[in-house]
Design a binder for this molecule. Structure first.
Ligand code: BGC
Length: 765
């Protein structure tokens, strides 16, 4: 394309108005160099007010997720017309986004298109499992697929930027947002983050079916002290680099278009004012070229954090730190010009931010056609299609984790007789949609009861009683839930059905709005009257299968011993009930594995398999050692755990050498055999332990995994490659390197039941 022609023919009337005569014919052919050339030429046309405007992200008031700034909508409209806004969030549908874009394109001087952001976290209209649930599939191809379907739907509805994926390593079940990530392990989080980014962004951001992704929350948000949302984070430099940053570094390397700063402070520095994180690591060390948006109002929140006395200082801290766009905070728009005038900040920080924002807009193709996401016909066709619901069903079934199956009570079959479906969540068509439900229609999910009815053999009788309410009240971001703590009036009917049934399916857990932002809990047992109901049902019928629905690891230890089977189903989205029905009746063999540890007690929080050894380990020589008097150290259900209706036997681990050096590698193989009667999938997991290092290292670290599918009797040999990079970590020298020494290697179907071998890494070949 002739770039001069592009400027003249396309969007840049403003270029003509200002008499810009950039000679684009000499632009180099390399696409990113071409984009840089365009970005520079646009920047050269902009006034200071227009530049600052690009750094402002306004909420459209349609779906508020935080305290609004008080800026009224009329003022917002005027700013849009002047071209003093870079993007909008929570404006959805082609009709609305087109209208906002039109205001800019028809009225503003430079006609720089808006970017439209939205929390497309696990679907847009068709809902996929909540991210923690979907992470249980350990199926990165699947997660890439669901993200691409979500992107396609969102893009069809006018959105071109999602605030996802969240890649906060999170180990505290009390934290409500544990639901939104991939759990407790940095490696699993990394693999999943990269897959989701690929799904959202595809290979080409300018493809109108893809949208810009956002790596959030940078950084440390998942380590909020005591699991209380937005709380202080206290971690050291090594923990930051070894545990928290790896998914973000991989996201930057994968070309994620944007980052979002987190709300928390780390060791006294709020992330949105943290120059080391936001500029030195992200932009300088990692050489990342996208733009960095603050979380909602996080710049202004530097005031209550107590590091800025007013918004002027807050803006100075944030812009210097490297925050390029202010999300609904009213800080940059009011203060950047003054800061520049007073020589508190150099214009170069503003230019750098604006260039980053323009770059993403160019990459999205918005300058070629600002309305490329504004096709109403496409919007009508692409949302909630049969094909998308098929993908939702696939994701839902792959995310279910079988935690217990005593006496092979599952799968149920033709002779299962009368099945009583009981519980407050059994016929809930809304909670399965999860908390970040975007534009899902309320109550549109298939309930567990419906799924059971859809899949039960004709020879079985299905009965139903709710038993009790879990919670009442509106389900949305701002309304508190009202947990039912005393009404047990429905128990009698439920118990009567339980008494007459051959099997009880007890559907209990959490309401969708018990987890999510601002939804931390100090108690992670069954809320309300559920435990009473569970106990009463179990007294009457010992053949009880618990179907859990929840957004966090719960403490189910009061009933895990007594239940015959336990199925963890999270919030599986639109097709929740059908997926559960398929699994209960053996049409699908569950293969999910936990991405988080389930505790015996909330007192174990934070609980994670990859903990550090202590100087006084259990089983050591000391009389007093690191443990609880009243609770095991281990998880009730560990990381990586999940059963199947079949059985997988692990053969001996073989390795082609015992020692290797830089530039070399070891091949490790293990043979896995399906010794049962049903076909199924297994996630083969490889863990390492660095025996002696310059820093204390986790007792086990997931380093590789492969999901395989085996017919009954079939065996497969899985090959893992160990190389220097796999061993490297952020060492005492404050750089990534592999230290020589002995390593233990564990392979198995979860983080506890593993076979072990060892090898040595030498610094010289
Ligand atoms: C959340 C972000 C989200 C943003 C916009 C904030 O409160 O922390 O994760 O993307 O709101 O809705």
């Amino acid at each position: 394309m002739n770039y001069k022609a592009y400027i003249i023919s396309g969007c840049f009337m403003g270029a003509l108005l200002t008499g810009c005569s950039g000679d684009y014919s000499s632009a180099p052919d390399n696409p990113s160099r071409v984009t840089e050339h365009k970005v520079d030429s646009v920047l050269g046309l902009m006034t200071l007010e227009e530049k600052i405007g690009q750094m402002v992200l306004y909420n459209g008031s349609w779906d508020v997720t935080g305290p609004a700034t008080g800026t009224d909508d009329r003022k917002k409209l005027e700013k849009l017309k002047k071209g003093y806004v870079g993007g909008m969030l929570n404006v959805t549908s082609v009709k609305n986004t087109r209208e906002a874009q039109r205001l800019v394109m028809e009225h503003s001087r430079l006609k720089i298109p808006l970017i439209f952001g939205y929390d497309v976290i696990h679907g847009y209209r068709t809902m996929f499992p909540v991210p923690l649930g979907e992470s249980s599939s350990w199926d990165t191809a699947l997660m890439e697929k669901t993200a691409s379907v979500a992107a396609r739907e969102a893009a069809a509805a006018g959105i071109n930027w999602t605030f996802a994926p969240m890649m906060d390593v999170s180990r505290d079940a009390r934290w409500g947002r544990i639901m939104e990530g991939a759990g407790e392990d940095p490696y699993l989080n990394t693999r999943i983050a990269v897959a989701r980014i690929k799904g959202f962004q595809g290979d080409d951001l300018s493809d109108p079916a893809t949208i810009a992704a956002c790596a959030k929350h940078f950084a440390g948000y998942g380590f909020a002290e005591a699991g209380r949302d937005y709380n202080t984070v206290n971690i050291g430099m090594h923990e930051l680099h070894n545990t928290i940053l790896p998914p973000f570094k991989a996201a930057a390397a994968a070309g994620v278009a944007t980052f979002m700063s987190s709300f928390n402070d780390i060791d006294g520095i709020p992330a949105s004012a943290d120059r080391y994180l936001q500029r030195e690591i992200l932009k300088e060390e990692w050489q990342w070229k996208g733009f960095n948006v603050s979380d909602w109002g996080a710049i202004a929140e530097l005031i209550p954090h107590g590091v800025a006395g007013d918004k002027v200082r807050a803006s100075e801290l944030a812009v210097r730190a490297g925050i390029d766009m202010d999300m609904e905070g009213g800080a940059y728009e009011e203060n950047l010009a003054g800061l520049l005038k007073d020589h508190k900040i150099p214009e170069s920080v503003i230019d750098d931010a604006v260039k980053r924002i323009l770059r993403v807009k160019f990459n999205l193709g918005l300058f070629d056609d600002p309305y490329r996401y504004s096709n109403e016909e496409r919007e009508k066709k692409e949302l909630y299609t049969v094909e998308n619901r098929e993908v939702a069903l696939e994701a839902a079934r792959k995310s279910i984790v079988l935690l217990k199956n005593q006496d092979h009570i599952l799968p149920l079959h033709e002779k299962s007789g009368t099945i009583a479906v009981i519980g407050p969540l059994a016929d809930d068509k809304d909670s399965p949609l999860g908390n970040w439900r975007a534009q899902a229609d309320p109550g549109s999910a298939v309930s567990v009861l419906e799924g059971i009815r859809n899949h039960a053999p004709a020879s079985c009788t299905v009965t139903y009683a709710k038993g009790a309410d879990l919670a009442t009240g509106a389900r949305n971001f701002l309304s508190p839930l009202h947990i039912n703590t005393d009404d047990t009036s429905g128990f009698a009917e439920a118990l009567s059905l339980a008494g007459k049934a051959d099997v009880v399916i007890l559907v209990v857990g959490e309401d969708a709005f018990q987890s999510g932002e601002g939804r931390s809990q100090a108690d992670i047992r069954f809320a309300g009257v559920q435990q009473q109901l569970i106990d009463a049902v179990h007294r009457i019928n010992k053949n009880t299968v618990m179907v859990l629905m929840n957004g966090r690891p719960m403490n189910i230890s009061e009933s895990s011993g007594s239940m015959k089977a336990i199925l963890e189903t999270w919030f599986l989205g639109t097709e929740h009930g059908n997926a559960v029905g398929e699994v209960l009746f053996g049409k699908y063999n569950p293969a999910g594995k936990l991405p988080v540890s389930f505790p015996h007690s909330v007192g174990q929080s934070p609980l994670y398999y990859n903990r550090k050894p202590t100087g006084r380990p259990e089983g050591g020589e000391q009389v007093t050692y690191s443990h609880y008097n009243d609770t095991p150290n281990e998880a009730l259900f560990p990381f990586g755990f999940g059963l199947s209706y079949t059985h997988f036997a692990y053969g001996n681990i073989r390795q082609d050498r015992d020692t290797f050096g830089p530039g070399e590698k070891i091949n490790v193989t293990v043979t896995v055999t399906n010794t049962g009667k049903m076909a199924g999938a297994e996630v083969v997991q490889l863990y390492l332990h660095d025996e002696v290092a310059s820093l204390t290292r986790p007792v086990k670290m997931l380093k590789a995994f492969e999901k395989i599918y085996l017919e009954p009797g079939e065996a497969k040999t899985v090959n893992f490659v160990i190389d220097e990079q796999m061993l490297s970590f952020y060492t005492i020298n404050r750089k990534w390197e592999a230290e020589p020494g002995r390593f233990k290697l564990f392979i198995g179907g979860n983080s506890v039941d593993t076979d072990m071998t060892a090898f040595e890494f030498k610094s010289e070949q």
